[in-house]
Write a protein that binds this ligand. Structure first.
Ligand code: BGC
Length: 759
């Protein structure tokens, strides 16, 4: 078993779309679905970060751009196609170490001609505008004319499988014959963002060019070049396909010339040269992110898949884009960005690739005006980050969708799921705690903290009778319950958000008083607001049980029907208990995902071991895990409170969310939050890494008995730490001087040295 590979053996029509998601190649700028060129089934997907459009769609969504992957082989005039040929052998491999997707297939056409095709593809990490494929074609039992068709398809729509919602976001601007090669330029409907894709085939053998004739044509919205060649039985011919992509977001120059220059240079340097620098770039990434789990191959491959796809989805070169819930892997959730980024994915970047983390936070900063507009439009002040975000920070959550039974329902999350504001504030302070990047905080972070706190000031309601502040009619992380009052996650984090705003306002005053003054003027806040904030933070209502152990998820939760979960499916996911009315979930104590448990992980230092344990046990029995965000959180809290068996089960569920499609919707894109949750499960869960009240790192590991060794690295302030956790020994290497607490004992590590700790 190669622990760096995800492999698919055997052709199966029913898993094509799932593997298209699993086999996405992305570099944070572009995501190309892992489509097999020789199959008609599947969803085309060429997603470019930051390219959004509404057009005739329900809401602004990520644009499925013109598809540059088109590559057909015709033996005489017979198309080599998986659905019509007999498939003699078929294998696809995603090599995660080098970020190369390859395919090996042998097929026989209806007329009995057998051909072997070995192909590979990469989307360059070293130069985000470049991608390429290589095809090795061998006739097994014939010699004859073969046509190779290279095309770019501009007829792509979004929601191609959903007849009522199909929408086209591109108008064709121009097709180009670049001889050799083709190009197709389009523009989005609303903002008229230009997008160009260029491709060129190079087929050469020892005698030079293998092509005998070429025809260029424009077939409707497709631009096509066809080459005629002659292939001999048993002789392999190699064809390279080079591709470049540019959009108006990248350059002020004419797109065609930028992309053409890139293509010419790319071809000149050659497929293999770019492939090497791409692999080297990935090598660097892996040095930062890899986790080794020795003794558990399933966990090893699974965790690497999550790390790979998460790292592939980010691009530090663009501070105006973020990672969508489904990353650049599909149209699910319309390419929108949720709290998934700050709470689930960001910690991975903060600790392993802080530059990316900063870029992700800068996306929120760059969309602050939209967030202010959201607040203003709903009658509040400050900034209200959107529950679902696209390119400008305004709210893009659809108003209507479908429930579990297919009934049309009003979606309230965009109106009520306010905790996103504090989630972003949390991302900012976590980034600062780990990196100490003062410049970020001074120039951008404090502004976001103040403006989100200002929103809470306008959102809370004062209950005179009880002399407390409340936040009513909200949705917490658990989306089964809408319009609830005083969701503890929301209230607790609003309080925390306000407290942090006050704390960092004072901090900024010490660092740069003038900057604070300017900020207060810009945001229209003054001492009166700050006094009010202190009052709110002291008096905000946090529901509790009478004996103080179980925290009531929201006011009235304890009065709802308790319906035990008793059955689980083949993926150990809970099955709806008998008799539950799926349109009345709000009347029950069943919850969609971690909520109180989530709070205990976001603010672990606020809750004692006993409270965590009691709440974990109480809510675990009620959680349906109908969101992929949930299992990783139960795994981490489970490990913290000693439920190790279940914790491992939840961990495996998390890392195999997409590989085993245990939420049943991998076709529509990656579960980005779950990829981040996978990293958190290992690092915060099994290794038990956290930041202590003294500001130092703490480790409290527990690893399953079949794990011989768990290894990973983190960035901590100005040094890099490498942890190796064995069953009875823990080794910590540090590039800088550090103090770290391991199982509650403090160890000093000097520069470039290792401490070895016996458990
Ligand atoms: C979850 C949200 C999540 C969203 C996007 C929903 O099903 O309930 O918490 O942000 O999916 O992943």
């Amino acid at each position: 078993m190669n622990l760096w590979n995800v492999e698919l053996e055997g052709y199966n029509k029913n898993n094509i779309k799932k593997y298209e998601t699993i086999f996405v190649l992305a570099n944070g700028y572009k995501g190309l679905r892992g489509r097999l060129e020789f199959s008609k089934i599947g969803n085309k997907g060429n997603f470019l970060a930051g390219i959004f459009d509404k057009g005739q769609a329900q809401v602004t969504e990520i644009v499925n751009c013109q598809d540059p992957l088109g590559f057909n082989i015709y033996i005489d005039n017979e198309l080599v196609n998986m659905e019509e040929c007999s498939v003699d052998s078929f294998k696809r491999v995603l090599n995660m170490k080098e970020a190369i997707l390859s395919a090996e297939l042998v097929v026989t056409t209806k007329s009995g001609k057998t051909v072997e095709i070995n192909s590979e593809r990469y989307v360059s990490k070293s130069n985000v505008h470049r991608w390429a494929s290589k095809y090795e074609i061998t006739p097994k039992n014939f010699s004859g004319k073969v046509f190779i068709e290279n095309y770019i398809d501009g007829s792509v729509t979004n929601s191609s499988d959903d007849v009522m919602n199909r929408s086209k976001h591109l108008s064709i601007i121009q097709a180009y014959d670049i001889r050799p090669g083709i190009a197709l330029e389009t523009k989005t409907i609303d903002k008229k963002i230009g997008i160009i894709e260029l491709t060129r085939l190079i087929g050469e053998n020892s005698k030079g060019n293998i092509f005998k004739a070429r025809r260029y044509s424009k077939l409707g919205e497709k631009v096509v070049e066809v080459y005629e060649t002659f292939m001999r039985e048993g002789t392999t011919e190699v064809i390279y396909k080079y591709g470049t992509t540019y959009t108006d977001r990248d350059t002020d120059e004419e797109l065609y010339y930028s992309a053409l220059e890139e293509l010419n240079n790319f071809v000149l340097q050659g497929y293999e040269t770019e492939k090497s620098s791409h692999s080297e770039a990935w090598d660097e990434v892996w040095k930062d992110i890899d986790i080794q789990i020795q003794g558990d191959d399933k966990a090893q491959v699974g965790i690497r898949f999550n790390l790979f796809q998460l790292a592939a989805s980010a691009y530090e070169g663009d501070e105006k884009v973020s990672i969508a819930a489904k990353a650049l892997h599909g149209e699910g959730y319309k390419g929108h960005v949720f709290w998934d980024t700050e709470v689930f994915m960001l910690p991975f970047f903060i600790y392993t690739r802080p530059k990316v983390a900063k870029a992700l936070l800068m996306y929120r900063y760059n969309t602050l005006d939209g967030a202010r507009e959201n607040a203003r439009l709903s009658g509040y002040r400050g900034a209200r980050f959107p529950w679902e975000a696209a390119d400008d920070g305004t709210e893009v959550t659809p108003k209507w969708g479908f429930d579990y039974e297919g009934n049309a329902v009003r979606i309230w999350t965009g109106d009520e799921e306010f905790h996103i504001n504090s989630d972003i504030a949390f991302g900012i302070t976590e980034y600062f705690r780990v990196t100490c990047d003062e410049g970020f905080l001074i120039n951008f972070g404090v502004e976001m903290l103040l403006d989100t706190a200002k929103f809470w000031e306008s959102r809370v309601e004062y209950n005179e009778e009880e002399d407390r502040y409340e936040i009513n009619s909200v949705i917490g992380p658990d989306e089964f319950h809408e319009h609830v009052n005083n969701n503890v996650f929301t209230n607790y984090l609003a309080k925390w958000n306000i407290e942090k705003a006050i704390y960092f306002k004072e901090w900024l005053k010490r660092k740069d008083e003038n900057k604070l003054k300017i900020l207060c003027n810009q945001l229209c806040v003054n001492e009166e607001d700050f006094e009010k904030w202190v009052d709110i933070s002291k008096k905000i209502y946090i529901p509790k049980s009478e004996d103080g152990t179980i925290i009531e998820q929201f006011q009235g939760f304890f009065d709802l029907d308790y319906i035990p979960i008793t059955e689980y499916d083949q993926n150990s996911m809970p099955i709806w208990p008998k008799g539950v009315k799926l349109d009345r979930l709000g009347d029950t104590q069943l919850i969609k995902q971690a909520d109180v448990v989530q709070l205990m992980l976001v603010l672990p230092e606020e809750f004692s071991y006993d409270i965590k344990k009691a709440n974990y046990e109480y809510y675990e029995k009620r959680t349906m895990h109908k969101s992929s965000l949930s299992p990783s959180m139960y795994s981490i809290l489970g490990l913290a409170v000693g439920d190790t068996n279940n914790a491992y089960k939840y961990f495996i569920k998390t890392v195999y969310t997409d590989l085993e499609d245990n939420q049943g919707n991998t076709d529509f894109g990656l579960h980005g939050a779950s990829t981040g949750g996978s990293w958190q499960s290992v690092v915060f869960g099994f290794a038990g890494l956290s930041i202590g009240l003294d500001g130092n790192l703490k480790l409290r590991p527990w690893i399953p008995s079949n794990w011989d060794k768990l290894c990973f690295g983190v960035n901590w302030r100005n040094s890099k730490l490498q942890f190796s956790i064995y069953q009875d020994v823990i080794e910590v290497y540090s590039t800088g001087e550090n103090s770290i607490s391991v199982n509650d004992r403090i160890y000093k590590i000097s520069k470039n040295s290792t401490v070895v700790i016996k458990k």
